[in-house]
Design a binder for this molecule. Structure first.
Ligand SMILES: Nc1ncnc2c1ncn2[C@@H]1O[C@H](COP(=O)(O)OP(=O)(O)OP(=O)(O)O)[C@@H](O)[C@H]1O
Ligand SMILES: [Mg+2]
Length: 245
């Protein structure tokens, strides 16, 4: 069974069609790359999955159960966590407290004791490589570290599905390599991951499958090698120069 299923999901913003009858399946233990030109509807799709906006029509099922109409915190508690394209950490709080906030509002019983949540936070800080910065206020961190804090906060929620919105935009090549390793480890640990990204080489390389949105419609969905050779995808987004390495 699909972990998450979007069935004919549509969303308009005052006459602008952001999503038009989008069907999308996210399987268990899968990395799905979600790509497409600016304004294609990628972030909006995350927003409707997370309950920030209600779709105008269509269904969204998590493990077979409809989540349309649930509040964002309820959807988080069911195991869907995300990061934002423009990062939104708690700037005046420390790195530790930002990640801790994720574990306190996430999925799972261990969250009910402060000790367990703190322990989980320590584990995650080690994983994202920010233990040494745990007492630093986030406002004093560079953007790439703020992105890691957001990732840590999402991971602390103990998700079954993680939605990452342009996580690699400000990372250097070494950080991108490390990031890809981290996402693969998450997948191997049982988390499904959807990555919205314009860094093509990275997203093609890391994804098990790629879905392409254009003007709110899904125009391709398949293995990276296949999608990167799709005429329509090349025409509207990738250009002729692109080739999967
Ligand atoms: N809150 C909103 N109010 C009005 N229009 C919106 C809103 N959010 C998104 N849109 C519009 O919906 C369309 C899809 O936007 P969206 O942000 O989902 O695109 P995207 O694929 O994430 O683009 P990018 O790659 O630039 O991040 C765009 O035309 C955008 O202007
Ligand atoms: Mg976006």
């Amino acid at each position: 069974m699909a972990l998450l299923e979007c069935k004919s999901v549509s969303k308009d913003f005052g006459g602008i069609t952001a999503l038009k009858s989008v069907d999308l399946i996210i399987g268990a233990n899968e990395i799905l790359g979600l790509i497409g030109p600016n304004g294609a509807g990628k972030t909006t799709l995350f927003d409707v999955i997370c309950g920030l906006y209600r779709p105008d029509s269509g269904g969204i099922l998590l493990n077979g159960r409809s989540i349309v109409g649930l509040r964002p915190h309820q959807i988080t508690q069911m195991g869907v966590a995300r990061t934002f394209q423009s990062v939104r950490p708690l700037l005046s709080q420390t790195v530790f407290d930002n990640v801790l906030a994720g574990s306190l509002f996430g999925r799972g019983d261990y969250l009910h004791t402060a000790k367990a949540a703190e322990h989980r936070t320590e584990e995650i800080l080690e994983w994202i490589g920010l233990e040494a910065k745990k007492n630093t206020r986030v406002k004093n961190l560079p953007i790439e570290h703020r992105k890691l804090v957001e990732l840590g906060r999402a991971l602390a929620a103990n998700p079954v599905l993680l939605l990452l919105d342009e996580p690699m935009a400000s990372l250097n090549p070494a950080e991108i390599t490390r990031f890809i390793e981290m996402v693969r480890k998450m997948r191997d640990g049982g988390v499904s991951v959807v990555v919205v990204e314009h860094v093509m080489k990275a997203v093609m390389n890391m994804s098990d499958r790629i879905a392409v949105l254009h003007h709110g419609e899904k125009i391709a969905d398949g293995p990276p090698q296949e999608v990167s050779r799709d005429r329509k995808v090349i025409e509207v987004y990738l250009g002729e120069q692109y080739g999967v390495s």
